[in-house]
Write a protein of this length. Structure first.
Length: 282
């Protein structure tokens, strides 16, 4: 309950997570049928990068601030940056959207959002920030209960983001459990799990458990900003995406090398592969 994402808003991990989220929503929106967006650990939804928390760490300076100043942006980055630019119309980078606000602004009239946040203060802020949008429902419960509480959705298509604070040692395991529960309720669901890259031993077990999970197919995308053998700090972050929409893998093949170049600190790098490949019929 002590974790507050405002200290880390807009850092390199947020950029990866939110850029992939933007592409997922964009690809889902190519079909007219509605989809549901579920967020298990939503946070307040909006961040002031000049506020006390974000300015104290300055992590956004090595994240979104680098993209803000970058030239020759890939086409797939534009929708993400358009949202950030719209929140900062004077051209000065100050406000940054969390995943709930990105999803709210990028989704369509026929889509619906179910947002969950356990932290009392962040939950209140989330409700305030989402007030007035009838497509959005905010829940103040345990994020790990989201698959059983909110799935199956009335929409046949669903995107679930699982982005816990990783303050406890069992949270990688709980991510796999939530993934299995989500697919037990909606096999066709798209589930995106964000995770930090730091403890190699824990990650090895996480990858092994994911490869044995109930996901029909599972794509792994990782971005490194420090050398892979540097265990003293957060080296990067990753996303595993079950049932990724067609076109995402090809986009990430272009985006990840570009991000590694723009966001790399001591040493940039990336990885994109399948933990579970699509099973052929029969």
């Amino acid at each position: 309950m002590n974790y507050r994402h405002a200290f880390h808003a807009g850092n390199h991990a947020d950029v990866l997570k939110h850029l992939v989220l933007t592409r997922l929503i964009s690809l889902l929106s190519k079909k007219e049928a509605p989809f549901a967006y579920l967020d298990s650990h939503a946070g307040p939804g909006l961040y002031d990068l000049h506020g006390d928390a974000a300015s104290r760490t300055g992590e956004y300076l090595e994240g979104i601030a680098r993209l803000w100043q970058a030239e020759h942006l890939p086409d797939a980055v534009e929708a993400y940056l358009e949202v950030v630019r719209a929140m900062n119309p004077d051209g000065e980078l100050r406000y940054y959207p969390g995943s709930p606000e990105l999803a709210r602004l990028l989704s369509r009239e026929q889509d619906h959002l179910q947002l969950n946040e356990k932290h009392p203060e962040d939950g209140r802020l989330l409700k305030d920030n989402m007030r007035g949008d009838r497509r959005v429902a905010v829940h103040l419960g345990e994020g790990w209960h989201v698959p059983r509480a909110l799935m199956p959705t009335r929409e046949k298509r669903v995107l679930l983001l699982i982005d816990p604070p990783f303050e406890k040692t069992d949270e990688l395991q709980r991510c796999v459990e939530a993934l299995n529960e989500a697919h037990g309720r909606m096999r066709q669901a798209i589930v995106a799990i964000w995770y930090p890259i730091k403890d190699e031993r824990q990650l090895a077990r996480f990858y092994r458990d994911l490869s044995k999970s109930a996901a029909p197919k599972l794509l792994r995308a990782e971005l490194y900003v420090h050398a892979p053998d540097d265990a003293t700090r957060l080296r990067g972050s990753g996303l595993v995406i079950s049932n990724p929409p067609w076109g995402l893998e090809d986009e990430l093949k272009l985006l990840l090398p570009w991000l590694a170049d723009v966001l790399g600190q001591s040493q940039g790098g990336w990885r994109l592969d399948w933990l579970i490949e699509e099973k052929s019929a029969g």
